[in-house]
Write a protein that binds this ligand. Structure first.
Ligand code: PXG
Length: 442
């Protein structure tokens, strides 16, 4: 084998969302995982403070999921989902539907969060068209929103770094609500900030500007993860729901991160008691064992789209080769069983106060500007180093990894979202390590 293609050569793989050259100078390679830990290629155990990328909610390499996937791969590796089906697809949909808020019981499968978002946007358009309101084509997202990397997702998304290189190619007809983070008004809030519900009223301004009759849907993350843990102000989501209903706009909650227990309930919608019209899902849907996402859709919306087509006609011209892939569906059923059997969503809720106390214990650590938390999610915002935005957080992330703890960073914000099986002593270990590291970074 020529040296270029040896398994240890790092050149061929163009890594996603990664500083490729920097990484390949000093690679961080993971070779195994079990429960709360990764194993690095030098044999070190790394405590997983992020559940992979907010997705391995039941912990790594769970036997029940491995067994279900293995069994399915022996029985039937793949089956088309266009004009045919297989039993596990229907079973997985029913199981996901059981966990959704009442009424959102029609499930469209995808393979990722990005695809779930683009699918939800298309279903929203199809719904309005089915009802004779095809002029409702505009989408409202939110600043600092992350909805994946499809052209739809970056258009409604509000992460400028993800948009700027594609600015001429974004979907026309999108606008954005203001984000809800205010360190000035709500620094070190524990749980939901009391300040900021009024920011939802900006939707009235956008409705006045564009006219409700041109707007299809509003999409937000109930709790924004990727942009650095933005917890919704008390009353904000309720207000958004009220305004969407008043103006006939569909409301999409992007729960790719918050779905499947992250906040201590099956969904953030359930946690906050606010029911949207769509919920986009991925990640925890099957404990990230096999790529899978889904859109949970209100039954009336499904019925309107399906009912508008002639019998025998394909009602919705959208889908993926791997929609409801048998192995992914098997993993979803097994993961949902595991969540239920181990009461992991309750466990997240029960651990949340300990988690909150532990992360806020870092309020006096060096460089800390704000701390935010909800459920088993936390963000620590650092003062940026002068002239070097993001550098301090990147260094903290690197040092934590060296010291055996995996965390995430975005800009100058450290983010934490451990598997829901975490033990209190492991929570202490994560934040003790972060405290040590914050003393070490300049
Ligand atoms: N919506 C939301 C709310 C997400 O958080 C996506 C959509 C896209 O999902 P896919 O499966 O297409 O990647 C996401 C993904 C991070 C991080 O470190 C977050 C995500 C992905 C990678 C890293 O915050 N969220």
């Amino acid at each position: 084998m020529p040296p270029e293609s040896s398994p240890h050569d790092l050149a061929s793989y163009w890594m996603p969302f990664t500083a490729n050259r920097q990484f390949k100078e000093a690679p961080r390679l993971l070779v195994a995982a079990k429960d709360m830990h990764y194993t690095a290629d030098d044999g070190r155990q790394i405590l997983d403070g992020t559940a992979g990328l907010w997705c391995v909610n039941a912990g790594h390499c769970r036997d029940e999921i491995i067994a279900a996937v293995t069994r399915q791969m022996h029985v039937m590796d793949y089956a088309p989902s266009f004009q045919m089906g297989h039993p596990l697809a229907f079973e997985a949909a029913a199981r996901v539907a059981e966990l959704m808020p009442s009424g959102l019981d029609r499930i469209f499968f995808t393979n990722s969060g990005s695809e779930s978002v683009d699918s939800a946007l298309k279903i929203a358009l199809a719904y309005h068209r089915a009802r004779g309101e095809g002029q409702r084509t505009r989408f409202i997202g939110r600043e600092r929103g992350y909805h994946g990397v499809g052209f739809g997702g970056i258009s409604v998304g509000g992460m400028s770094a993800n948009r700027k290189a594609f600015s001429a190619n974004l979907m026309p007809g999108t606008d954005h609500l203001p984000h809800t983070l205010s360190i000035e008004h709500a620094a070190f809030s524990r749980g939901q900030p009391q300040w900021g519900a009024h920011l939802a009223d900006d939707l009235e301004r956008l409705v006045a500007l564009h006219d409700a009759s041109t707007i299809a849907a509003v999409i937000v993350e109930p709790l924004a993860g990727s942009a650095g843990v933005l917890v919704p102000p008390a009353g904000y989501l309720e207000r958004l729901r009220e305004l969407c209903t008043r103006h006939g706009l569909l409301l999409i909650f992007d729960e790719v991160i918050t779905g499947f227990g992250r906040l201590g309930a099956a969904t953030a919608s359930e946690y906050f008691g606010v029911t949207p019209d769509f919920i986009t899902l991925a990640k925890g849907i099957n404990n990230a064992a096999i790529p899978m996402g889904a859109v949970a859709v209100k039954r009336e919306i499904h019925d309107a789209v399906v009912g508008a087509a002639m019998t025998g006609a394909i009602e919705f011209m959208h889908g993926y080769t791997y929609s409801a892939h048998p192995a992914a569906a098997a993993a979803a059923i097994a993961a949902i069983d595991l969540y239920r059997r181990e009461r992991l969503f309750d466990r997240a809720r029960e651990l949340a106060p300990y988690w909150e106390q532990a992360v806020h214990g870092l309020a006096d650590a060096p460089h800390v500007k704000d701390i935010r938390n909800l459920g088993l999610v936390a963000g620590i915002e650092l003062e940026p180093r002068a002239g070097q935005p993001g550098k301090r957080a990147y260094e903290a992330f690197g040092k934590c990894f060296e010291q055996g703890v995996m965390i995430r960073y975005t800009g100058d914000i450290l983010a934490f979202s451990p598997p829901l099986i975490i033990q209190p002593a492991q929570i202490d270990h994560i934040f003790d390590t972060v405290r040590t590291v914050l003393r070490e970074v300049a």
